[in-house]
Ligand binder design. Sequence first.
Ligand code: AMP
Ligand code: MG
Length: 340
Amino acid sequence: MIDTQPDISLSRYAEVLRKGSVIAFPTETVYGLGADAWNADAVARIFELKGRPPDNPLIVHVNSIDMAGTLAAEISEDARRLMERFWPGPLALILPKRPEVLDIVTAGLPTVAIRMPDHPIPLRLIEEAGPIAAPSANTSGRPSPTRTEHVRQDFGSEVPIIEGGSCQYGLESTVLDLSIRPYTILRPGHITQSELEQELRQPVRLISTHSVKLTGMSGDAPRSPGMKYTHYAPDARVRWMQPDELPWPDPTTHGTLYLMHRIRPDDTLHTERRPGKSRQSENRQIIQYRENYSEMGRDLYDRFRMADLKRFSEIAIEPFSDSDEAVEALLNRIRKAIGD
Ligand code: AMP
Ligand code: MG
């Protein structure tokens, strides 16, 4: 686990937030770019810094169910049940908002997304500065940051960054819309559909990557405004790698990052034993996850960023089965990067 900064310096960051500035901080999912959720100018600065379209709302971070009650018009029994079971944790809940929640935070929607992060740094900041509106701390169109150096790549010294090491999950939170029936997962994350169904004792719908795209393209109002925006598309082409391309594909490619995960007992590629370790040559890099999908999830955005920094032309990913719902979030992010 990550050490918190000394209290004194966290208090100083909380003070910066209270004064209306924006700061980047770690969470258990990805780094966030946060501002005082009650300060419209401060929140506007997030949109400006990120180049985020104004109709894509932010998640408000809280440190208690009571604080969620200052934002949501009502905490329903189902909402409370989920908060008690999964908070603090990677689950954002969409609820009807109180009238005083700022339009800039919700992009004018009548609902607000709320979550309680499972990380001591934001929890401490919220304790001192109140609810923090925060999207991921990347410029729009870049992968979410999972380490401080990613935040620095996108924002340089424009925003103060609280150091917190690598994020525990590396993929964004599950977003569950409780304002419609059936309850609908707008973005898959670490907390899965069946975990939610089990807790709620009712079916929960999962919007597939495919139907999200159709929704966005059909002219219907997408449930989650974020859905209609193309997510990160690296300069490198991301594609599934067919098994017959193994072990060494086309040597004429300008640079390929291979993300592989199956365990092949006789495979000469896998000299490294630890997951996520790589073998490099000048224009190709092979990362072997050995069926450790949580490691791959933690690593994905870092690898995407690395491929772009090295100006690789391709990111080839070995296909894997979606039979285990634990890989849903990972598959969703890969499909988005592919543009599938
Ligand atoms: P980010 O914090 O960058 O991961 O983005 C937050 C995600 O939550 C985006 O996909 C938003 O569109 C979504 N979101 C935030 N608030 C709402 C809301 N009130 N209704 C639907 N989706 C929301
Ligand atoms: Mg984001």
